[in-house]
Design a protein around this ligand. Structure first.
Ligand code: LR7
Ligand code: MN
Length: 581
C-alpha cells in the first residue's frame, strides 16, 4: 500500500511539474511547433534560422523593470541574395514571367527566406530613446487581393518575429476575394498553427478601403496598424509607433517606408536622414516632397517624428477607437485611391495630426514594370475620378475646387454618389477648412499659377514634342515626349524668378555649361545660377543665362543646351498659357 501511495504521489508531482514547465514555455513551444509544422508540411518553405533561433521577439519576455530600450543590430549585414538567383535558363524564364505577372520578382520572393535579415537603417539617435513598459497593444491588419503567397507570408512572418509578443495582440488578414488557388487552402494550412493570426474573406471584390474596414471592425487591440501585403518589418519597428500614440492618442503614425526593389528585392534604402514627407500635387494625389526647412528646425534629432501633411496610405497606425471616432474611411470609395489623402485631410482638419516616425522602419515593394496584380473592375479612370471627387467635394473649399477641375475638365458634372453622410461627419467633428490646412499644415505649397509667368506643356516648334520629366525625380534627366494636355510630367511653369519649375519642388537645372549640356531636375533654390532661364518672347528662345546657351531639341527625344541660333526652329518654344503681359 505504501508503495502504491508513493507511486500515486510521485505521479501527481510529476504531472504538476510537467504542467508547470509546459505553462512556462507554452508561448515558446507554440511558436516553435508552428515553425516545425511549416517545415514538415512544406519542405520548400524557406527559413534562414533553425527554429530555436527564430522565435526572438515572439517569446513572452519577462516584464522589464526599466522600460524598453531599442538595441542596434550590430551584426554586419551580409545577406547574400545572389544565392537565390535563377540557376538555369528555365528558372530565368520563370523569373521573367513572374515579374510580368506580378509587377515584382515573384520567383525570387519564393526563393528567399521569409525571415531574411534586413540592414540596420536606424539613426543612432533612435537608440537613446526609451519606451514605457505599458505601451498599448496592437492589431495588425493586412489586406490582400491576389498577392504572391510568399510575399504575404514574409509580411506575416516579419510582424511575428520582430514585434514583442505582449504588444502584438493579433494579426488580421483580410482576403479581398482573391482568385489565386494557393491563397485558399495552402494559406490556411500555413497560418493554422499561428494562434495570433486570423483570416477573414470577402465574398466579393470590394477594394482596399472596405477590406481595411473589415479588418478594423474585427480588431480588438488598442492600436490599429494597417499594412500592405508585401512588406517586411524591421527590428524594433513597432515600439516607436505605439509610443507616439500612447503620448497622443490623436496622432496617426507611419513608419519610414523603405524601398524593396521590385526586380532585385534588395532593400535599397541607405541609412541616413529622411528627406521627404507626404504632400499633394494639384490633382490632389499623394506626393512625396522635400521636408521644408521649418519642419527640420522644429526637430532636434534625426529620430524625431516628422509632421506630415499626407500619408502614402498603405502603412500606418492609429488608436483604434480614435480611428472610428474620426469616421474611419469613406466606404463609398471603391477599389483603390484617394482614401490616403482623405484620411490625411480629415486627421489634420478635425483635430488630429499625422507623423512619420523615422525610428520605425518597414520595407515595401513598390511595384514596377507597369504591371499590377489586380484590375479596376469599372476601369481605373472612372474609379479614381470618383474617389478623388468624393475627396474634393467633402474636404476642399469651394474657392479651391476649380484647381482640380481646371486640370481635369472632363470630370466636371460626373456622378460621385451621395456625400451627405461625410459632410455631416465633417460638421459633427467641427473640422477646419481647407484654407486652414493650406496655411497651417502645408504653408510651403504654392497654388498653381501663383508667381508664375507662363505654364506648360512647353512645346518645341521644330519637333512638335513637349518637355517632359519622364516621371523622373530629383537628379533625373529631363527629356522630350509627345505633347499631352493635363500630363503631370509636362506641367512645367516659368516662374517670376525665371525658373522652369516642375510641381513646385524641382527646377530644370543645367550644371554643364558646354555645348550639349544636359538638363536635370534639381531642388529649386531660388538663387538663379544654373536654374535661371530667360524666355525671349521675340525669338521664343529659352536662354540659360549663366552659360549664354539656348535650350534645343535636335530631334524628337533629345534636350540639351547649344549655342543660340535664332533661326533654328528647334530652339523655339511655346507655352500653353502666358499669365503676364
Ligand atoms: O482591390 C484591391 N483590394 C486589395 O485588398 C486592391 C488592392 N488591395 C490590397 C493589395 O493587395 C495591397 O495589400 O491593397 C493593398 C494596396 O495595394 P497596392 O499595394 O497594389 O497599392 P500601392 O502600394 O501601389 O498603393 C498605395 O496607394 C494606395 C492608394 O489607394 C493605398 O493607400 C496603398 O495602401 C498605398 N501603398 C502604400 O502606401 C505603401 C507605400 C507606397 C508609397 C508611396
Ligand atoms: Mn503596396
Amino acid at each position: 500500500r505504501l508503495f502504491l501511495l508513493i507511486v500515486i504521489i510521485s505521479c501527481c508531482l510529476s504531472v504538476v511539474i510537467t504542467f508547470g514547465l509546459l505553462l512556462n514555455t507554452s508561448t515558446r513551444s507554440t511558436i516553435n511547433s508552428a515553425l516545425y509544422y511549416f517545415q514538415r508540411h512544406y519542405n520548400d518553405i524557406p527559413f534562414i534560422h533553425p527554429p530555436p533561433n527564430i522565435d526572438r521577439g515572439i517569446v513572452e519576455e519577462p516584464k522589464q523593470q526599466m522600460g524598453r530600450k531599442p538595441r542596434p543590430n550590430d551584426q554586419v549585414y551580409n545577406f547574400d541574395l545572389k544565392r537565390y538567383h535563377p540557376k538555369n535558363e528555365d528558372e530565368k524564364k520563370r523569373e521573367e514571367e513572374g515579374k510580368r505577372k506580378n509587377g515584382f520578382n515573384a520567383f525570387l520572393s519564393d526563393q528567399i527566406p521569409w525571415d531574411r535579415p534586413v540592414p540596420e537603417l536606424r539613426d543612432k539617435s533612435c537608440f537613446t530613446q526609451e519606451y514605457a513598459n505599458d505601451l498599448p497593444n496592437t492589431s495588425v491588419v493586412i489586406i490582400f487581393h491576389n498577392e504572391v503567397l510568399s510575399a504575404l507570408m514574409r509580411t506575416i512572418t516579419t510582424v511575428l518575429l520582430r514585434s514583442p509578443a505582449e504588444l502584438l495582440h493579433e494579426i488580421i488578414l483580410v482576403d479581398d476575394f482573391s482568385e489565386r488557388e494557393d491563397l485558399k487552402g495552402k494559406l490556411e494550412d500555413l497560418i493554422r498553427p499561428l494562434s495570433k493570426v486570423k483570416l477573414l474573406r470577402h465574398a466579393s471584390r470590394s477594394g482596399l478601403i472596405r477590406a481595411r474596414l473589415t479588418g478594423a471592425r474585427a480588431a480588438t487591440g488598442e492600436v490599429l496598424i494597417i499594412l500592405d501585403s508585401h512588406c517586411e518589418c524591421y527590428e524594433g519597428w513597432l515600439e516607436p509607433l505605439l509610443d507616439r500614440i500612447q503620448t497622443d492618442r490623436k496622432v496617426a503614425v507611419t513608419p519610414d517606408i523603405t524601398t524593396i526593389d521590385w526586380e532585385s528585392l534588395e532593400h535599397t534604402s541607405k541609412p541616413g536622414a529622411l528627406s521627404s514627407r507626404g504632400s499633394i500635387d494639384w490633382s490632389f494625389a499623394f506626393k512625396w516632397k522635400k521636408i521644408p526647412g521649418y519642419e527640420n528646425e522644429r526637430r532636434k534629432t534625426e529620430g524625431d517624428p516628422i509632421r506630415s501633411p499626407t500619408m502614402a496610405g498603405g502603412l500606418f497606425g492609429i488608436d483604434r477607437r480614435y480611428f472610428f471616432e474620426l469616421g474611419a474611411y469613406d466606404e463609398d470609395m471603391m477599389i483603390w485611391g484617394a482614401e490616403n489623402v482623405e484620411i490625411s485631410f480629415r486627421l489634420w482638419m478635425c483635430g488630429g495630426s499625422l507623423e512619420i516616425v523615422p525610428c520605425s522602419k518597414v520595407g515595401h515593394i513598390f511595384r514596377g514594370g507597369g504591371n499590377t496584380i489586380w484590375t479596376f473592375p469599372e476601369g481605373a479612370d472612372k474609379t479614381l475620378t470618383k474617389n478623388t471627387m468624393r475627396l474634393i467635394e467633402v474636404w476642399v473649399d469651394d474657392e479651391y475646387k476649380h484647381i482640380y477641375y481646371d486640370k481635369r475638365p472632363w470630370a466636371k458634372g460626373r456622378d460621385y454618389g451621395d456625400i451627405s453622410a461625410r459632410l455631416e461627419l465633417k460638421k459633427k467633428l467641427n473640422c477646419k477648412s481647407f484654407k486652414w490646412y493650406m496655411e497651417n499644415v502645408v504653408p510651403e505649397l504654392t497654388l498653381p499659377g501663383e508667381n508664375v509667368a507662363a505654364t506648360g506643356p512647353i512645346r518645341n516648334l521644330g519637333t512638335g514634342n513637349c518637355i517632359d520629366t519622364m516621371g523622373r525625380g530629383e537628379h533625373g534627366e529631363v527629356g522630350m515626349y509627345t505633347c499631352i494636355d493635363h500630363s503631370m510630367n509636362q506641367d512645367i511653369s516659368l516662374t517670376d524668378l525665371d525658373e522652369l519649375q516642375f510641381d513646385s519642388d524641382y527646377c530644370l537645372d543645367v550644371s554643364d555649361h558646354k555645348s550639349g549640356g544636359k538638363v536635370t531636375l534639381y531642388s529649386c533654390h531660388a538663387m538663379g545660377g544654373n536654374q535661371r532661364w530667360v524666355y525671349e518672347k521675340s525669338t521664343q528662345q529659352l536662354i540659360h543665362s549663366i552659360s549664354g546657351n539656348c535650350l534645343e531639341s535636335k530631334d524628337k527625344d533629345s534636350l540639351a543646351l547649344y549655342p543660340c541660333d535664332s533661326t533654328s526652329l528647334f530652339q523655339q518654344w511655346n507655352f500653353r498659357a502666358y499669365h503676364t503681359p
